[in-house]
Design a binder for this molecule. Structure first.
Ligand code: ATP
Length: 342
């Protein structure tokens, strides 16, 4: 586990960040000056990085140059060295394995972790979805992370954060992979009709229940599963990975950094307006099943209608066959395509 923030620099992350941000050689002296550490400290970190499989060229009169990261490098330093955010992920806690990153993040938030603190795991042994469902979370393949935010707005607005995150993740994946990502309202991301991302937002309120103490948004992305056989049988019909859909392998650290950069921006936009007014158009352009018939699985009864978009506060707008328009609130409801998942 490693904890990173600006006041408690980890030399490793910072050296990797410096090397990554320079195309050319960086001299040992430059690294010492920039990071305020000794020559020996720099040398030790470089040696350690090399042992881990980083290919770093050292030329006596010029310095060091990062040639290649180890395949599939996924660690606190690797992720930190790719971040270009102000607050999202600037404090990073990395676990090789944990139960689930949401409860971990809640615990850190209770202990006072600042906004943007992000818990990342390579594997979850008890990954969770909405309403007590589980999230399949094998090692070495996927991204699992939870970010803490500390909103000043009232609890009524919290459910919109799920939609903000869905938008950020859908656009980040599209940017990195070129795949057509759709959002299945409110919280799932689909590619070619199958689910690649699940999002679970949870909040903690002040004892008076009128303010949000903190909110955590947890995200699971299926990235490098090679084939459907890697998923448990019951998920094969509805789950897929970025690799299965594109035939390409993706760097998880780079994708996570892209997600965090977009979420930081979208969250700030949301915080300014406290509605989805400035994000709605982009969300709707990715809304799976828009203007098509959807089935609404409401505990009070199932019905069908045409999905027309979302409101500025994040409800799904559905036109029933009777012509009546209803607004659907996330909570207990699931949405399905007429013949399948989307
Ligand atoms: P819906 O609204 O579609 O009913 P949900 O949003 O309630 O679904 P989530 O909480 O997002 O569901 O995710 C949990 C569900 O996702 C599980 O019940 C399972 O069917 C499915 N699932 C679990 N693990 C994965 C995975 N790695 N990839 C894709 N789907 C998964």
């Amino acid at each position: 586990m490693g904890v990173r923030d600006k006041s408690m620099k980890t030399d490793r992350s910072d050296i990797l960040t410096c090397l990554r941000s320079s195309e050319d050689y960086v001299s040992g002296q430059q690294l010492c000056d920039r990071l305020g550490v000794s020559r020996t400290a720099v040398w030790k970190v470089i040696k350690q990085l090399k042992e881990e499989g980083y290919r770093i060229e050292s030329v006596p009169s010029r310095g060091y140059r990062l040639v290649e990261s180890p395949a599939d490098a996924y660690s606190e330093s690797e992720i930190a060295s790719r971040l270009r955010t102000k607050w999202a992920g600037q404090r990073l806690i990395f676990f090789e394995s944990t139960g689930s990153t949401n409860p971990d993040a809640k615990r850190f938030a209770e202990e006072g972790a600042p906004r943007g603190t992000t818990v990342v795991a390579d594997r979850q042994t008890a990954g969770r979805g909405r309403r007590g469902r589980s999230w399949e979370s094998p090692a070495g393949r996927s991204i699992y992370f939870t970010i803490i935010v500390r909103p000043a707005f009232i609890p009524d607005k919290a459910s919109m954060i799920t939609l903000v995150m869905a938008l950020s993740v859908a656009e980040a994946i599209h940017e990195v992979t070129g795949l057509p990502t759709g959002i299945k309202w409110p919280n799932d991301i689909v590619v070619n009709g199958k689910k690649v991302v699940g999002i679970l937002t949870e909040m903690s309120m002040t004892p008076e229940m009128n303010e949000i103490q903190f909110l955590v948004a947890g995200v699971g992305v299926n990235v490098n599963q090679e084939s459907a056989e890697e998923f448990p049988e019951e998920l094969r019909g509805a789950a897929t990975s970025l690799k299965i859909e594109s035939g390409r392998h993706f760097d998880r650290a780079a994708l996570l950094a892209e997600i965090l950069a977009r979420f930081e921006q979208d969250y700030e936009t949301f915080e300014r307006t406290l509605t989805l007014s400035e994000l709605k158009e982009r969300y709707e352009s990715r809304l799976a099943g828009r203007n098509a018939v959807v089935r609404i699985l409401d505990p009070a009864g199932e019905y069908t209608g045409i999905s027309r978009g979302i409101t500025e506060t994040g409800e799904l707008i559905v036109e029933k066959e009777t012509g009546e328009t209803v607004l659907i609130y996330a909570g207990e409801v699931s949405v399905r395509g007429l013949y399948g998942y989307v």
